[in-house]
Design a protein around this ligand. Structure first.
Ligand SMILES: C[S@@+](CC[C@H](N)C(=O)[O-])C[C@H]1O[C@@H](n2cnc3c(N)ncnc32)[C@H](O)[C@@H]1O
Length: 213
C-alpha cells in the first residue's frame, strides 16, 4: 500500500506538526501486515490518538475502506493538518482537538475496534511534558512514559469486544513492563508485532487485545 500523499504540507507546517518519521512508518508497516493477516477486516470504528499530520489515519482509511476514522490531537495545527491530509488522499477523517479521547466523553466506550497511539515517547525532563505545541509530539518525561501512562488506563474502556490497540514504544519505555501491567490490571493480551532499529531508537509496535491472538 502506498504511503499517503503529504505534498500539501510544507516545511513550515512541520515547525508545528510532527513530521512522519521512522516510528510512523514502522506503525504503517505493522498495520498493513495486520490487515493482510485479516486481523482488521471487521473494524468499523478507528480512533487514532495524537494523529499529527494525519498520515496514519489516512493510511488506515486507504487500507480499510468502510471504517469510520476518528482522530484526536492536543495540537490545533495537527488537527488541521490531519483534516487536510484526509482531503488530499480522498479519505474522510474526523479530527478533533482533544486530550486523548476526552472530547467524546463516554460515547466511545466499548466501541473502538481499532485504537492507535504513537505517543510522545522520548525521555525528557518532566517540565517539558504537557504543552500543546510541537514539543507534545515527543516530550515523554520520565522513561518517556509520562503521557502514555495516563492514556493506558483508558484503553480497556474504549476497546470493543474484538478491539485492537496498537502502541508505538521505544526501549526506554520498558515495553515488557507495559505489557505485563496491561495484562495484570485489565486482562489485555499483548504482543510485539514489529520491531526496528532507527538510529538510537529501538522501536516496537505492541498490539493489545482481549483474546490471545
Ligand atoms: C509522535 S507524534 C505522532 C504523530 C502521528 N500519529 C505519526 O505517527 O506521525 C505524537 C502526537 O501526539 C500528540 N499528543 C501528545 N499528547 C497528546 C494528548 N494528550 N492527547 C492527544 N494528542 C496528544 C502530539 O501533538 C503529536 O501530534
Amino acid at each position: 500500500m502506498k504511503t499517503p500523499s503529504l505534498s500539501h504540507l510544507r516545511p513550515s507546517d512541520y515547525m508545528n506538526v510532527y513530521e512522519p518519521s521512522e516510528d510512523t512508518f514502522l506503525l504503517l508497516d505493522a498495520l498493513e501486515a495486520e490487515a493482510d493477516a485479516g486481523l482488521l477486516k471487521d473494524a468499523t470504528v478507528c480512533l487514532e490518538v495524537g494523529s499529527g499530520s494525519g498520515c496514519v489515519s489516512a493510511f488506515v482509511g486507504m487500507l480499510l475502506k468502510t471504517c469510520v476514522l476518528l482522530a484526536t490531537d492536543i495540537n490545533p495545527h495537527a488537527t488541521s493538518a490531519s483534516l487536510q491530509t484526509g482531503i488530499k488522499n480522498n479519505v474522510h477523517i474526523d479530527p478533533v482537538l482533544s486530550h486523548f479521547a476526552s472530547a467524546f466523553g463516554s460515547r466511545l466506550a466499548g466501541n473502538v475496534d481499532l485504537l492507535i497511539f504513537n505517543p510522545p515517547y522520548v525521555v525528557t525532563p518532566s517540565d517539558e511534558v504537557g504543552s500543546n505545541g510541537i514539543e507534545a509530539a515527543w516530550a515523554g518525561g520520565v522513561d518517556g512514559m509520562e503521557v502514555t501512562s495516563k492514556f493506558l488506563p483508558l484503553v480497556n474502556d474504549l476497546l470493543s469486544a474484538n478491539g485492537l490497540f496498537y502502541l508505538v514504544t521505544v526501549r526506554e519505555n520498558k515495553p515488557l513492563e507495559i505489557m505485563r501491567e496491561m495484562r495484570d490490571t485489565y486482562g489485555l493480551f499483548a504482543k510485539v508485532v514489529l520491531t526496528r532499529r532507527a538510529g538510537i531508537e529501538g522501536l516496537a509496535i505492541v498490539r493489545f487485545s482481549r483474546t490471545e491472538i
